[in-house]
Design a binder for this molecule. Sequence first.
Ligand code: MG
Ligand code: MG
Length: 273
Amino acid sequence: MNMFRRQNSQALRRPAPSAQRPEVQLKSPREIQIMREAGRIVARVHAALREAIHPGVSTLELDSLAVETMSKYNATSCFLGYRGFPAHICASINEELVHGIPKADRVLQEGDIISIDVGVRYRGFIGDSAWTYAVGGISPDAQELMRVTEQGLYEGIDQAHVGKRIVDVSRAVQRYVEAHKMHIVREYTGHGVGRQMHEAPQVLNYESQDPDGQTILRPGLVIALEPMVQLGTWQTRTLRDKWTVISKDHSLTAHFEHTIAITNNGPEILTLP
Ligand code: MG
Ligand code: MG
């Protein structure tokens, strides 16, 4: 699961006193080692899902496969039960952006794109990564959307060096995506991650006055960066199930996310195999 709803614009204009703002929790090398293992498990879950994604497979089957893989490595889903979320992964097809609920009757079809968000808890720490996959052959528009969103993620990661600020990461994502005439979702954001899935700071995918954007990147900061991009509009709406978020104009959406540790040697992607 990706993220908070962004704080409202009032909060953005008037930052809360620092005493009320959640503190950034820097992680020790030992803690980062555990997060590296958690991240590796997330990557293995994604690898299993990637193999399984074909026309005719239901999103509930993908959910079961994800749980099986997590258990094999002694990890659990950190989504199940989170604010009442009823499944182990989020599986969002085409115009569905995030928080899609796996179901037996949601069956993949040739030409779909599916975004899967995987979050695990392992030895007390969280790994969080989302990826968008093609189901068989997809349209050139869908291919370009996926390419730009993934590259937007890497443009952001490239900025994640000690001494820079969160806003430098946010700006790089936005510039890349908007240079390709696509739309960055504003209502959902990346986040710090550690013992909790959602920690400070909030990590927007666009430049703003958000006070969290001024957070200086220091060794031990771990963030989940997760651009969410839509072809037709930045606006979204939530379906009646109270979870599934779709693009307001039903245009295609994509979502790519890695958990990244800031180190003295540069950004380290933790959610890799
Ligand atoms: Mg996330
Ligand atoms: Mg996620």
